[in-house]
Design a protein around this ligand. Structure first.
Ligand code: LLP
Length: 430
């Protein structure tokens, strides 16, 4: 058990969360290495080992300290990056470049040059500007680069609108209008400097059903057939993105990875057979699914404000600076008072952060035991898009990250200092 309760205290991957809070201070991100490994194992068992010619790349935007690159490499997965900064981090961690792919809807010239220079595995071309720019860059570097087209499949997903990415009205991907996608395919196939591998889509995040993946898949299959018929060109890759949902609260009923992958693989096999096409490699890009439940955030409870007949606000020493998801997406979380993990839930409170924003609420209306100032509150499933979206609003420092495994703990990201925060600031000479 990754999370367990011993003597009324919450343990995470064998470590007492109280001891961690005491040793490192709060707020603190804690990440379980065993949970990450068991997720990667499930990816191997229910996808990579089960189906030939498949690949999984971790969507690094979810959480990317150098240590995470090392874990992902050891687990045998590739890496998806979306900026020069993520690529730089991966390179610094000596992640094998051929296993890196580059997504993003507005890659700069410098980022494309960097990617081509390093000889990155695949670039997922998002739009026609990028296609032209990349071809020039490759020509200048005299290097051939493997590309996929990210398409906009025009499907709706059942999730928050800010994390829906496959609808027609989207900033991501190439629209499927024939006058746009067909010339792009033509150019990619004929280009001397681009190796056209196939099609990519990503329909959205935190999904608990496979409908949008399956609907989007049809558009990629149709394009695969088009390229075969028109050019006798066999694509080698179909990338179906990430988006597989996890458990934040009891309301979430996440599905297994097989629930997503089996119908996708069956449909691709069937389509290829029907159309006499060699089945391309199938690639997935999970982010949240790998790291989300592997993380938790520890806070110390501070002021407690009871507004008679309205609500009780319980303030913690972090907030939207270390977890902006509730403010951005009305995301819901569950929490445990780490030092009262077995105490009965006696009251309903709202957990808020310390930022100067009314929207700085971490959990609205949670049932919880009697809470006191000084208690340690563990907010669960914060591994994905917590640290990676952290910020310095109100000049709060970004918490450190501790990796735990089998009762051992080590810092993988140091807590920021006040000095770190002002390091790049310059007082002008007036
Ligand atoms: N591939 C592409 C091209 C993506 O854009 C994304 C996420 C993923 C893979 C990984 O998706 P995942 O498996 O993690 O759902 N900040 C938001 C999530 C934004 C996701 C953006 N793209 C959140 O905190 O919910």
């Amino acid at each position: 058990m990754i999370k367990e309760i011993k003597d009324g205290i919450l343990y995470f991957d064998g470590c007492s969360t109280l001891k961690l809070a005491d040793k490192y201070g709060t707020p603190l991100y804690v990440v379980s290495e065993n949970e990450i490994s068991s997720r990667c194992k499930e990816i191997r068992e229910s996808f990579l080992d089960k189906y030939e010619n498949t690949k999984a790349v971790y969507a690094s935007k979810a959480f990317l300290p150098l240590a995470m690159c090392k874990i992902i490499e050891r687990e045998g997965l590739g890496l998806d990056v979306v900026s020069g900064g993520e690529l730089y981090t991966a390179i610094k961690a000596e992640f094998p470049v051929e296993k890196i792919e580059f997504n993003g809807n507005n890659k700069s010239l410098d980022e494309l040059k960097m990617a081509v220079d390093y000889g990155i595995g695949r670039i997922i071309v998002d739009n026609i500007n990028e296609l032209d720019l990349l071809e020039q860059v490759c020509q200048e570097h005299n290097k051939k680069t493997r590309i996929l087209f990210r398409i906009t499949p025009g499907v709706k997903s059942n999730t928050h609108k800010y994390i829906t990415t496959g609808t027609k009205d989207s900033k991501f991907g190439i629209p499927l209008n024939e006058e746009i996608i067909y010339p792009a395919v033509d150019k990619a196939i004929k280009s001397e400097y681009l190796e056209f591998a196939g099609f990519h889509f990503h329909v959205g995040s935190q999904l608990h059903d496979n409908k949008s993946h399956l609907a989007a898949l049809e558009t990629s299959l149709a394009l695969m057939k088009y390229t075969k018929q028109k050019y006798n060109y066999s694509i080698t890759d179909i990338n179906i993105g990430g988006g597989y949902g996890i458990k934040y609260t009891q309301k979430d009923k996440p599905k297994s990875l097989s629930y997503f992958m089996d119908p996708v693989m069956n449909r691709i096999e069937e389509f290829c057979k029907e159309n006499d096409i060699k089945r391309p490699q199938v690639i997935i890009e999970p982010g949240r699914w790998i790291i989300g439940e592997a993380g938790m955030t520890l806070y110390t409870v501070g002021s407690i404000k009871e507004i008679p007949s309205i609500r009780t606000y319980v303030s913690v020493d972090g907030g939207m600076t270390d977890n902006i998801r509730p403010a951005l997406y009305q995301a819901e979380y569950d929490a445990v008072i780490a030092n009262k993990a077995l105490k009965p839930k006696t009251q309903n409170v709202t957990i808020c952060g310390k930022c100067c924003e009314t929207g700085d609420v971490i959990i609205r209306d949670i049932d919880i035991p009697d809470v006191e100032s000084g208690d340690i509150l563990a907010v669960l499933s914060t591994g994905a898009y917590g640290y990676s979206m952290s910020n310095n609003y109100n000049k709060n420092v970004i918490p450190g990250v501790v990796l735990v495994k089998d009762g051992k703990d080590q810092v993988i990201v140091k807590r920021q200092t006040y000095e770190d925060m002002i390091r790049n600031e310059v007082i002008p000479e007036i």
